[in-house]
Design a protein around this ligand. Structure first.
Ligand code: ADP
Ligand code: MG
Length: 469
C-alpha cells in the first residue's frame, strides 16, 4: 500500500524505499493510526539529495503542519534508518498522490478517515455546527460606552433582523480583548433565543480551515460545502488567521458568496479593517466591506470604570470605588486584562476572607501593575498633586508663595524626589527653576509634617499610592 512505488528510481532506490517504509511504519506506531491517517499518510518520498531526505506533501498547509508537529520526530527516524542523512526537507508537490489509483485508495483508506472526521451529512445533527457558546457572553453582560457603541448597535441590529441589506456581512474589527468574540456570541445567543431552529454556525477561522483541510483530505469537500451552505447564519471569528492560506481562502470566498446570495447572514471579526488586512485577495476584500464595517476602539477610562462596576457588582465581593478607579486607570490595555485583574482581586479576597482595600490591591496585583507601569514623570506628579489639592497646574512652577499653593508644590517636590530618580537640581528646574536647596527644604518640611500630623501623612501616602499604581 505504499505510495512511493511510482517515484523515479535513483541508483539505490530500493534500499531507500525500504528505509522510508520503515520510517513510516515507526511513525505510524508512534502517533497512532488516526493521527497518522489525518496528517502523515500523504507524505511521499521524493528521493535523497545529499544529506537530505526530500518528502512531498500535497498542500502547503499539510507541509507546514507536518513540519511543525512531526518535523523533529521525522528527522530523528530518518537519521536512524539512513546513515548520512542530516535533514528532512518537506516540499509541496500537489501531483504526488496521482500515482496511486484513486479508486483503490478510496476503497482502502478513505473510508476510515471519513468515519473519524466527517460523518455523512444526513447523520449530522444540525447543531453539529453550533460550537459551544460562552454563556457569559451575552448582550446583557456587554457594557456599552463610546468606544464600542457603534459596533454594539450594529450587532443588536443584526441580532434583531438578520440578513438585511446594508448589514450583511457584519464585519467587526478591533484589537485583542476589546469584545469582538463577546459580541458575536451575544448575537448567536439572541438569535437562538428568538428561533431555536435557526442554525447558527460560529467558528474561528482556524477551525474553518481545519474542517476544510480535513474535508479535502477525506475527499468530502462536497459534504463540507453542503453543511456550510445549509446554515442560516455563519460567524467566522479572527479572520486574520485565514490570511495567506490560499486554498482555504478560496473556499471561504465561495461559501461566503453562496451564503450571501442565498440571503443568509454572515458575521466576521478580525483584528483589522478589510482594507488593512494584508494577504487577502481584492475580490474577498471587496465582499467583506460590502455590508457594514464596525470597529471596536480602544477603551476609555470611563468605559473601563463602567465595566469594572458591572463586573464587581456580580462578583460577590465588595470592591470599593477607589479600587475600581485605580484599576481602570492603571490597566488600560484591554478588557481581558482588566477582567483578569479584577478576578484576581476578588479571588484573593474570597480565599483569605479579607476585604478589598486600596492597600491590599497593589500587593495582590504587583506583577500585573508592574507590567502596566509606565515610568512616572515629574509632569504626572505635578498634575496629580494639583488635581488633588484643586490648584492650577501652572502653580507648580509659579513664584507665588501663599500657603494654599506653596504646600501642594512642596508635596509634589517631595513625591518627585521619592518616586523618580531625578536629582534635586533637576527637580528644582522643573518647578519654575527653583534652587536645589529649595527642593531639599521641601522634602524635609514634608517629612516633618507627616511625622507630626497623621491626617496629612495619610493624604500624602494616598497620593503616593495612586501615583505608584
Ligand atoms: P476579542 O474577541 O475582541 O479579543 P473578547 O470578546 O474575547 O475580545 O473580550 C475579552 C474579555 O473582555 C471577555 O471576557 C469579554 O467578556 C470582556 N469584554 C470585552 N468588552 C466588554 C464589554 N464592553 N463589556 C463587558 N465585558 C467585555
Ligand atoms: Mg476573540
Amino acid at each position: 500500500m505504499d505510495q512511493d512505488t511510482g517515484d523515479t528510481p535513483p541508483p539505490n532506490a530500493g534500499k531507500i524505499a525500504a528505509c522510508w517504509a520503515r520510517v513510516r511504519a515507526r511513525l505510524r506506531q508512534d502517533v497512532g493510526d488516526v493521527e497518522y491517517r489525518n496528517w502523515l499518510r500523504q507524505m511521499s518520498l521524493a528521493g535523497v539529495e545529499g544529506e537530505a531526505v526530500v518528502v512531498n506533501l500535497p498542500t502547503r498547509f499539510l507541509r507546514d503542519w507536518v513540519r511543525d508537529h512531526y518535523g523533529d520526530r521525522l528527522r530523528t527516524l530518518c537519521q536512524a534508518e539512513m546513515p548520512g542523512i542530516r535533514v528532512v526537507e518537506l516540499r509541496v508537490q500537489s501531483t504526488a498522490r496521482v500515482e496511486t489509483p484513486v479508486m483503490e485508495r478510496e476503497a482502502e483508506e478513505v473510508a476510515p478517515l471519513a468515519e473519524s472526521l466527517a460523518p455523512a451529512p444526513v447523520e449530522v445533527p444540525r447543531n453539529d455546527w453550533l460550537v459551544p457558546l460562552d454563556p457569559r457572553f451575552t448582550f446583557d453582560s456587554f457594557v456599552v460606552g463610546k468606544p464600542n457603541e457603534f459596533a454594539h448597535a450594529c450587532a443588536r441590529r443584526v441580532a434583531e433582523r438578520p440578513a438585511q441589506p446594508g448589514f450583511n456581512p457584519l464585519f467587526l474589527y478591533g484589537g485583542v480583548g476589546l469584545g469582538k468574540t463577546h459580541l458575536m456570541h451575544s448575537i448567536a445567543w439572541s438569535l437562538r433565543e428568538q428561533d431555536p431552529n435557526l442554525s447558527v454556525a460560529y467558528m474561528s477561522a482556524e477551525k474553518f480551515m481545519y474542517r476544510f483541510i480535513a474535508a479535502l483530505r477525506s475527499h468530502n469537500t462536497m459534504e463540507f460545502k453542503t453543511q456550510l451552505r445549509s446554515v442560516h447564519v455563519l460567524m467566522v471569528d479572527d479572520l486574520q488567521f485565514l490570511i495567506g492560506k490560499d486554498n482555504t481562502q478560496e473556499e471561504f470566498f465561495h461559501t461566503f458568496n453562496a451564503l450571501i446570495d442565498a440571503g443568509k447572514q454572515i458575521i466576521i471579526s478580525a483584528d483589522k479593517a478589510p482594507n488593512d488586512l494584508s494577504g487577502i485577495e481584492d475580490r474577498l476584500r471587496t465582499r467583506l466591506s460590502g455590508g457594514i464595517v464596525a470597529d471596536l476602539h480602544a477603551t476609555t477610562y470611563e468605559l473601563r470604570l463602567s465595566i469594572l462596576q458591572a463586573k464587581a457588582s456580580v462578583s460577590g465581593v465588595e470592591v470599593p470605588p477607589r479600587v475600581q478607579e485605580l484599576l481602570a486607570r492603571k490597566i488600560a490595555s484591554n478588557v481581558r486584562d482588566l477582567e483578569g485583574a479584577l478576578n484576581r482581586v476578588v479571588a484573593h479576597a474570597k480565599l483569605f476572607g479579607r476585604p478589598v482595600t486600596l492597600e491590599s490591591v497593589p500587593e495582590v496585583l504587583s506583577d500585573i501593575l508592574r507590567a502596566h507601569d509606565k515610568r512616572l514623570s515629574i509632569d504626572d506628579i505635578q498634575r496629580k498633586v494639583a488635581e488633588h489639592y484643586n490648584i492650577r497646574l501652572t502653580e507648580m512652577a509659579s513664584a507665588r508663595r501663599s500657603r494654599a499653593v506653596a504646600r501642594p508644590r512642596q508635596v509634589a517636590m517631595y513625591l518627585a524626589k521619592q518616586l523618580t530618580s531625578r536629582s534635586l537640581p533637576e527637580i528644582g528646574r522643573r518647578f519654575g527653576n527653583r534652587d536645589h536647596t529649595t527642593v531639599l527644604h521641601a522634602v524635609n518640611k514634608i517629612t516633618e509634617l507627616m511625622a507630626e500630623d497623621p491626617s496629612f501623612a495619610e493624604d500624602v501616602t494616598l497620593l503616593r499610592k495612586m501615583l505608584e499604581m
